[in-house]
Write a protein that binds this ligand. Structure first.
Ligand code: SF4
Ligand code: SF4
Length: 226
């Protein structure tokens, strides 16, 4: 899932500085599950901001609200009236949610309260780890279900690089060498012979390197839409 971290309070305070009435908008999906942008985090952030306003003569007003998904129009429709009544919306969604907000409400100030970090999975409570860079052409069928693009610091397709020490990546003793993981898993699966095959140069046009991507599913489009 998409993972993020709430921005430091001081940065959020700087972002909202020009605005008197701010809607703090949570998202009920990925960031709720990741404890950084759901209803509870909206309430906690609103309380912290109200406290920090406490000594002012004319404190800002904070409105709290959370919708199911900020990245989809049907859920954003629900806040049209609320957006009209505030000076800015501080979004606790991922970067997609903030941009959806800005696109749907062209005259609204949309501010990010979250630093979107990566697509990953929880390893244990409170620990998340990156797993996928959304490259657009998944190769993990060749590597035992372990992503060499995301999990190898050099995104090597024909690893390892030679810098691995005791199964850890040379960039940090805290990070497992992806190619050690791949080797171990392929050995368990009795598929080591597959690793001998040299993978050809990769065409990165399906990744973000080819520019912003778009998927148009003809089977899902409504008749007459572009
Ligand atoms: S190969 Fe690409 S799509 Fe597959 S897990 Fe890695 S980055 Fe994600
Ligand atoms: S040590 Fe392993 S994970 Fe790190 S860059 Fe080299 S091959 Fe990749």
């Amino acid at each position: 899932m998409i993972t993020g971290k709430q921005k430091p309070l001081e940065e959020i305070q700087r972002l909202i500085e020009p605005y008197r009435k701010v809607l703090i908008l949570g998202c009920g999906t990925c960031v709720t599950i990741r404890y950084c942008g759901g209803e509870k985090e909206v309430a906690t952030l609103a309380s912290a901001l109200r406290l920090s306003e406490g000594m002012r003569n004319n404190p800002r007003t904070f409105i709290e609200y959370t919708i199911k998904r900020q990245c989809e129009q049907e859920f954003l429709d629900e806040i049209t009236d609320k957006v009209k009544k505030v000076d800015a919306v501080l979004s606790l969604a991922c970067g997609v949610g903030v941009q959806a907000l800005a696109e749907q409400f062209p005259l609204a100030i949309a501010l990010p309260g979250i630093n979107t970090t990566f697509i990953g999975r929880p390893e244990e409570l409170g620990v998340l780890s990156e797993r996928c860079l959304a490259c657009g052409d998944c190769v993990i069928g060749l590597t035992g279900g372990i992503c060499p693009i995301t999990r190898c610091a050099k995104s090597l397709f024909n690893g390892p690089c030679g810098g691995s020490v005791n199964g850890k990546c040379e960039i940090s003793p805290d990070i497992p060498c992806a190619w050690q993981l791949i080797y171990d898993r392929m050995a368990k699966l009795n598929l080591l012979d597959k690793l001998v095959e040299i993978q050809p140069l990769r065409n990165w046009s399906s990744s973000h390197s080819g520019g912003p991507r778009r998927i148009a599913r003809e089977d899902l489009k409504l008749p007459g839409t572009g």
